[in-house]
Design a binder for this molecule. Sequence first.
Ligand SMILES: [Cu+2]
Length: 175
Amino acid sequence: MKTYRSRLIVAVMTVGLIIAACSSDGGTDEVPDPTMAEGMDMQDQGTDDFSFGSPVDGAEADQVIEITATDSLSFSPESVVVESGQIVTFRVTNGGAIPHDFTLGTQEMQDEHEAEMVEMSGNMEMHDEPNMFSLEPGETKEMTWHFKDSGPIIFGCHQPGHYAAGMKGSVVINS
Ligand SMILES: [Cu+2]
């Protein structure tokens, strides 16, 4: 009985979230959320410029780095090194039987994205972005990046619970 009730509550909350998401477009009494605005800025500035570089066409790659996402909630390898100025393709394969995703970004970007995903309880339909894609079991996708001088950045999986369980790795950018 308890289980049923808590499921019902989750379902009601989910509907509430969907209604909130759908009505946010035309809402007049909407108070802008500064955290949200920052996130939108990052994606909507059009130039695809990130602090650590920019996405480019895969044909230009100097190097291909293969990464596998696993159901033990880790990436292999967990750490890669690139050079500033280098164009690198990440060829990421989901070697598991459950969905994973691959998001490249600063610690701050990872934390923000994780918070969004937790807030949506995993109900958010993820669509691929220049710095993120989702992978069905067995699927391989590529992301090519022109790196510029920056501190280390992170790749992480934000499927529910994965990032918190340590499903992340680091990209060290040598200057
Ligand atoms: Cu994952």
